[in-house]
Ligand binder design. Structure first.
Ligand code: ATP
Length: 513
């Protein structure tokens, strides 16, 4: 199945099974804004819990906060967002569609990479086991030609970005003959800068309302609380502050479902360190965060680091963790070495002294910061994309199954009486009333048992139990495993110990130790 078709199926599956709905659905939706449904919210909460506990429970020197979305407007001046939180946009005059100029060029670079990969795959097929890929990449004239074009484009693009040269960005688009995917034409406007922050008014006009911004990242809420937390928590450097919360960006092109939204959620952690040690910590956090992703068991080959060449104004190193989505490797998390930029700027703009006195060195300094920043929604999307599978079963049947890590699954156990009579529902309720305190259980009695299993497969429930007539006398149930579909007879009294460990967030956290 083409990757695009798979992605479409995942999007409709998300809607059909109560994971994600378009916002304001009965009013035909609101562009790039989404709501999470009854199953989506559980999965999302589990992802957040996995992240939060991995930060706050597993690190004695990391604490959490929950800062407000509205903040003093000067914060965004100090952070550089008012002046520099821009994307370069370009319009196609024929389709009237708007694009990010940098994304059009990045897609073009990816096309060269695809051409190279195609040549390699073709040769691999031709030469079979004796194929020497490294040698082929170094010597094949067609590959070398694509590499040369790719590298030249990349260098030109990087320079244009670093120089903030909007005219050159347009020229690259023209020279590469990039066309609008809708109109197919090259009738482009000039490239302009567009600030991504949403504005609103605070206070009534009579009081003299002031313009404030919806935060485009949660990080600044951490920086402006650095002093409060450090002092009241008696924190010693190195230490971190973690936060989960909503962020808002007026994205120029919002596409790919919940990958790029205008209202989304971030999980960010700022780790304050002694100046000069930041690059060691940066390396350590890259490793720690990659391990967190890989503990989910999606396969190491589906992740990669992408080190940034163009660094943001505040950073001295940056790397993304990318995940293989159906539409290519895409950023899910950013790890940034933000120097002491933010704290110094807030010191300057607020007039407050923001320093740390280090009792070990007897020095006072502005701490350096390593940031890990991951989008909850992008993480959610990567989990869904990996979990969604259509399986051919014996007898020609197919089933759609979400192979979610059990610890993230919305429902852990479905409790299913075989029939709706003979005291089986009552027995099922009794079991459910006992287990519901330990993990999320769902009771279902409607439809044939096979149909009920399929419904649970489709929402990723790792276990189902069936209560039948024998249960009333032997106090055993049939336990069915989502992935293997194997069934075994187990004692009701063993259910909790059989299931609880496998479905708890603790099981994931233990892999990180
Ligand atoms: P991109 O280059 O894709 O716009 P970014 O580099 O601007 O992302 P950061 O500012 O580093 O992203 O934000 C950290 C994380 O927040 C990202 O890795 C991503 O997971 C998430 N994120 C950022 N923008 C969005 C968005 N519009 N919708 C959903 N998640 C987002």
């Amino acid at each position: 199945m083409a990757q695009e078709d798979t992605f479409k199926k995942i999007v409709s599956h998300c809607k059909e099974y109560g994971f994600v709905f378009p916002s304001s659905d009965i009013y035909d939706g609101l562009a790039a804004v989404y709501d999470y449904g009854q199953n989506g919210v559980e999965l999302k909460n589990n992802i957040k819990q996995y992240w939060w506990q991995s930060m706050v429970l597993l690190h004695e020197n990391i604490v959490g906060i929950d800062s407000a979305i509205f903040m003093h407007p000067t914060i965004w001046k100090a952070s550089g967002h008012v002046d520099a939180f821009n994307d370069p946009l370009i319009d196609n005059r024929d389709s009237k569609k708007r694009y990010r100029a940098d994304v059009l060029i990045e897609d073009q670079i990816a096309k060269y990479d695809e051409k190279i990969d195609k040549e390699v795959a073709k040769a691999h097929k031709r030469f079979g086991d004796s194929f020497d890929e490294a040698l082929f990449r170094q010597t094949n004239p067609r590959v070398l030609e694509h590499v040369a074009k790719r590298d030249a484009l990349h260098a030109r693009f990087e320079k244009a970005l670093n120089d903030n040269d909007l005219q050159e960005l347009k020229q690259i688009i023209l020279d590469e003959e990039i066309v609008c995917p809708i109109s197919g034409t090259r009738n482009w406007t000039d490239v302009r800068q567009f600030n991504l922050m949403f504005k609103t008014e605070m206070g009534s006009t009579a009081d003299g309302a002031s313009t404030i911004f919806l935060r485009p990242e949660t990080a600044q809420g951490i920086f402006v609380n650095y002093l409060n937390v450090q002092k009241t928590g008696r924190m010693k450097i190195p230490f971190g502050i973690a936060q989960i919360g909503k962020a808002f960006r007026n994205e120029i092109v919002a596409r790919q479902f919940i990958f790029r939204m205008r209202e989304f959620e971030q999980m960010e952690m700022q780790f304050f360190v002694r100046p000069g040690t930041e690059l060691d910590w940066f390396a350590k956090w890259k490793e720690t965060r990659m391990a967190w992703h890989q503990a989910l068991g999606f396969g190491a080959e589906n992740y990669r680091f992408h080190d940034h060449e163009k660094l943001a104004h505040y950073a001295n190193a940056a790397s993304d963790i990318e995940f293989r989505m159906p539409f290519g490797f895409k950023e899910v998390e950013g790890i940034h070495s933000r120097t002491n930029f933010d704290l110094s700027q807030h010191e300057k703009f607020s007039g407050r002294k923001i320093k740390y006195f280090d009792p070990e060195t007897n020095e006072s300094y502005t701490p350096y910061v390593i940031e890990t920043s991951i989008g909850v929604d992008r993480m959610f999307l990567s989990v869904m994309c990996h979990a969604y599978q259509e399986e051919q079963l014996e007898g020609g049947e197919t089933r759609v199954v979400l192979r979610l890590p059990a610890a993230l699954a919305p429902v852990k156990l479905a409790v299913l009486p075989l029939v709706r009579k003979d005291g089986l529902p009552e027995k099922a309720r009794e079991i459910m009333d006992d287990l519901k305190f330990h993990f999320n259980c769902k009771y279902e009695e409607k439809d044939a048992i096979g149909k009920r299993y399929r419904r649970q497969d489709a929402i990723g429930t790792p276990y189902c139990i069936t209560i039948d007539h024998d249960t009333l006398t032997d106090n055993c149930v049939t336990l069915r495993d989502r992935d293997t579909m194997q069934q075994q007879r187990v004692k009701i009294s063993d259910l909790r110990s059989l299931i609880e460990d496998k479905v708890s967030i603790t099981s994931l956290l233990k892999k990180l130790q």
